[in-house]
Ligand binder design. Structure first.
Ligand SMILES: Cc1cc2nc3c(=O)[nH]c(=O)nc-3n(C[C@H](O)[C@H](O)[C@H](O)COP(=O)(O)O)c2cc1C
Length: 199
């Protein structure tokens, strides 16, 4: 009898502990999502290759219309390649060529997805959250897509081993934030202006 009471107490303690851990994790995740800010200057510290693989894998986990997964990611840590595809060298501001790693998010144009850009956006946000969870900072930039999809599109696709039917949607820059540079999330509109609840 005594042993049974002990066992039940132990099980109850475990369940309560798991519930508390779950609540703490949920709170931590919500807090993380609310605190993600675009990084404006990266330090030169490199990004671990295994972490980049984890980040890319998180992008692959995104949902997409009709599960078409109309994306292709190119993970670049080679500065020379970043410059070759339109990045700028020696820039202070976080940009292609001034970040330790860049993930080009290409959309597959001949997929059946009715909205491949949206699907790619979901994949990108997954990667942002994964990178932040791993302790990195990020910046999404669409400006490099002008060069990536411009007159050198096919040449760049060949260099990056990407099918020429793809076009770049955005580039996710990943690295460590330069601690000397001030970076904070821009102010967002409040829920009253942007969310309706119909009950
Ligand atoms: C799809 C997309 C494209 C963006 N393109 C650029 C860009 O080309 N250049 C840039 O400096 N910032 C770019 N940004 C960063 C936004 O300007 C930034 O996320 C926004 O100002 C909010 O700032 P915060 O993330 O620090 O809160 C882009 C962001 C998104 C989501």
């Amino acid at each position: 009898m005594k042993q049974n009471i002990k066992a039940y107490s132990l099980i109850l303690a475990c369940v309560l502990c798991m519930a508390a851990c779950h609540a703490a994790l949920a709170e931590e995740t919500i807090e993380l999502i609310g605190s993600i800010a675009t990084t404006q200057v990266f330090s030169e510290e490199p990004v671990d290759m295994a972490d980049l693989e984890t980040i890319a894998q998180s992008g692959l986990s995104a949902a997409s219309a009709i599960n078409q997964q109309p994306w292709y990611f190119v993970v670049i840590t080679n500065k020379d390649v970043m410059i070759q595809i339109g990045g700028s060298e020696g820039s202070q501001r976080a940009s292609l060529g001034a970040s330790p790693a860049a993930i080009i998010i290409y959309k597959v144009n001949d997929s059946k997805s009715p909205n491949p850009d949206f699907d790619c956006g979901l994949a990108c946000e997954n990667m942002v959250i994964a990178a932040d969870t791993l302790g990195y900072s990020t910046k999404i930039v669409s400006s490099p897509t002008m060069a990536l999809n411009g007159e050198r599109h096919d040449e760049i696709c060949e260099l990056l081993n990407v099918d020429t039917s793809c076009s770049a949607v955005a580039v996710l820059l990943v690295g460590h934030a330069d601690t000397d540079a001030v970076s904070s999330a821009s102010i967002r509109d409040d829920a009253e202006a942007k969310v309706s609840y119909i009950q």
